[in-house]
Write a protein that binds this ligand. Structure first.
Ligand code: CP
Ligand code: NVA
Length: 302
């Protein structure tokens, strides 16, 4: 695997291989077995948006694998002054062994990967959040010991998380139901991909989406970069909330939220706290899933 740009680029078998290695690396870490496949290697970590989990889990992960992360904020580096992405890609390729980038347009990540000689990992764009959904799939598989045949539902904005959950879930043979308000559907390319799967459903009705679900996902109503739409979105998404009544329609579902969460908007405090252990397992698994991605892209593991 050269890069991780979006889950659309991976097969179900590729995802399975990442999850298997992530499980192994988690087991090793918990049992004090040090794996250092990235000894002496560096990961440039470009952040053009805020982050807590992604930054800390990548920086900790590369350190645990024997390497070193280099944090580059969009504003402090020349990226913020408009240095072209193709030049940044070629410069970082002369120093580093991999690049993780969190930015706005998916095209930026694709262009970076095109010009870079080293692996590029998408740490979130407006279109996709592949590392998060790999961690989510890992967490679901830990709980159910399988992915095949489970029903997942996603309630809320058809954003980067929705796009990645749809693709990841369907590629892993899960059925995926998504409830979004009109005007906030997932990306048309993702809808087109999902159209080939009998297990995919897009509805306006959160009750229909959640009915019989094994896993309930939600995410914020306004993503990073949409702060000026917050008020408009608050009214558009009113009712698209994972609450106790909705949970009663599910198959005693687990709850996943990539965080940060807005209690009282997309999820109630009650549901969040009742499922906190699943949500924080999910956050922890960012570390293990990304270590697997880094080992497979930047290391000599095949
Ligand atoms: N879930 C996630 O990507 O969190 P951060 O924005 O804190 O990195
Ligand atoms: N959809 C959210 C995810 C944050 C991890 C955002 O893009 O802000």
């Amino acid at each position: 695997m050269k890069d991780l740009l979006k889950l659309l680029d991976l097969s179900g078998a590729d995802i399975g291989k990442i999850l298997d290695l992530a499980d192994q690396l988690k087991f090793d870490a918990k049992n004090g077995i040090a794996q250092k496949p990235l000894a002496g290697k560096t990961l440039a970590m470009i952040f053009e948006k805020n982050s807590t989990r992604t930054r800390v889990s990548f920086e900790t992960g590369i350190y645990q694998l024997g390497g070193q992360g280099i944090f580059l904020s969009g504003t402090d580096s020349q990226i913020g002054r408009g240095e072209p992405v193709q030049d940044t890609a070629r410069v970082l390729s002369r120093y580093c062994d991999g690049i993780m980038i969190r930015t706005f347009a998916q095209e930026t990540v694709e262009k970076l990967a095109y010009y870079a000689d080293i692996p590029v990992i998408n740490g979130l764009t407006d279109f996709a959040h592949p590392c998060q959904v790999l961690a989510d799939l890992m967490t679901i598989r830990e709980k159910f010991s399988r992915l095949d045949g489970l029903k997942i539902c996603y309630i809320g904005d058809g954003n980067n998380m929705a796009n990645s959950i749809i693709v990841g879930g369907l590629k892993c043979n899960m059925s995926v139901s998504v409830a979004c308000p009109v005007g906030f559907d997932p990306h048309p390319g993702v809808i087109a991909f999902a159209g080939d799967y009998a297990g995919f459903k897009l509805t306006r009705d959160i009750r229909e989406a959640a009915s019989g679900a094994d896993v309930v996902f939600t995410d914020v109503w306004a993503s990073m970069g949409q702060e000026n739409e917050r008020e408009l979105r608050k009214s558009a998404f009113s009712g698209y909330c994972v609450d106790g009544e909705l949970m009663k329609l599910t198959n005693n579902a687990m709850v996943q939220h990539c965080l940060p969460a807005h209690r009282g908007e997309e999820i109630t405090e009650e549901v969040f706290e009742a499922h906190a252990s699943e949500i924080f397992d999910e956050a922890e698994n960012r570390l293990h899933a990304q270590k697997a991605v880094m080992a497979l892209t930047m290391g000599n593991i095949s």
